[in-house]
Write a protein that binds this ligand. Structure first.
Ligand code: AP5
Length: 214
C-alpha cells in the first residue's frame, strides 16, 4: 500500500503515520525527518537544508526529490509506505508521477490555522530519543514533566521552526506552494479528506475507513 498524507504543518501527518505503520505493515517516510537526519550528520546537503528550514521555508525541490528517491529504493519500502510531508510542491508531485510509482490513496488532513498554531507552539521533542510530546491543552501526548522525556529522561526542547514567527512563514509557504496539490490530486482521483480537528483515535478510525476503499 502506498499512501500520501497531505496537509499543513501541524495537521498531524506524523502522528497518524506513526500510529498506523505497524498495523499496515508499511513504513513512514517523512522528508522532514530525512532532512533533520542530514542536518544532525552535518552533511553538505544538511547544512544547505538547515538554512531554509530554520527560516520556515521549503527546501529546494532538487534536494528533496533526490533524498526521497534514494529512500524509496530501500528494501523496507517494498511492502509500501506513507509519504509524510512529500510532495509539497507541484514539481515534487510531478517528479513522483514521472517515477512511475502508483499511489493508492492521497489523504488530505484539514485543520484550522488557529489549531495549527496551538499544536505547533506546544510541541516538544526529546533531545535524546526524538520522542514527540505536546504541552498545550487538548494536545497529545502530554509529558508527565514538561521539561523531561517520559521514556529516557532527556531534555524536552522546541523545534526551531515551531517558534511563532517561523510557524507564520511555514503556513504562508504551505498556502502558496502546497495547497495547490489538493486540486492536483483531486483531478487524478484516489483522493480523500479527513477532518483533523478531532481526537486522534477518531481520526485514525476515519483513515481506516478511507483505506477500505483501496
Ligand atoms: P516536517 O517535519 O515535515 O514538518 P511539517 O510538515 O511542517 O509537519 P509537522 O511535523 O510540523 O506537522 P505534522 O502534520 O506531522 O503534525 P504532527 O503529527 O507533528 O518539515 C519540516 C521542514 O522541512 C519544512 O518546513 C521544510 O522546510 C522541510 N521539508 C520537509 N519536507 C519537505 C519537502 N517535501 N519539500 C521541501 N521542504 C521540505 O502534530 C503536531 C502536534 O500536534 C504534535 O505535537 C501532535 O502530538 C499534536 N497533534 C496532532 N494531531 C493531534 C490531534 N488530533 N489531537 C491532539 N494533538 C494532536
Amino acid at each position: 500500500m502506498k499512501l500520501i498524507f497531505l496537509g499543513p504543518p501541524g495537521a498531524g501527518k506524523g502522528t497518524y503515520s506513526q500510529a498506523l505503520v505497524e498495523e499496515l505493515g508499511i513504513v513512514q517516510i517523512s522528508t522532514g525527518d530525512l532532512l533533520r537526519g542530514a542536518i544532525k550528520e552535518g552533511t553538505e546537503l544538511g547544512l544547505k537544508a538547515k538554512e531554509y528550514m530554520d527560516a520556515g521555508n521549503l527546501v529546494p525541490d532538487d534536494i528533496v526529490i533526490g533524498l526521497l528517491k534514494k529512500r524509496i529504493e530501500k528494501e523496507d519500502c517494498k511492502n509500501g509506505f506513507i509519504l509524510d510531508g512529500f510532495p509539497r510542491t507541484v514539481p515534487q508531485a510531478e517528479a513522483l508521477e514521472e517515477s512511475g510509482i502508483k499511489i493508492d490513496k492521497v489523504i488530505n488532513f484539514t485543520v484550522t490555522d488557529e489549531l495549527i498554531i496551538h499544536r505547533l507552539s506546544g510541541r516538544r521533542i526529546c533531545s535524546k530519543c526524538n520522542a514527540v510530546y505536546n504541552i498545550n491543552e487538548g494536545c497529545v501526548p502530554q509529558p508527565e514533566d514538561k521539561s523531561k522525556c517520559d521514556d529516557c529522561g532527556g531534555e524536552l526542547i522546541q523545534r526551531d521552526d515551531d517558534k511563532p514567527e517561523v510557524i507564520k512563514t511555514r503556513l504562508e509557504d504551505y498556502k502558496q506552494k502546497t495547497e495547490p496539490l489538493i486540486d492536483f490530486y483531486k483531478e487524478k482521483g484516489r483522493f480523500a479528506e479527513v477532518n483533523s480537528t478531532q481526537e486522534v483515535e477518531k481520526i485514525l478510525d476515519d483513515i481506516r475507513e478511507v483505506l477500505k476503499e483501496i
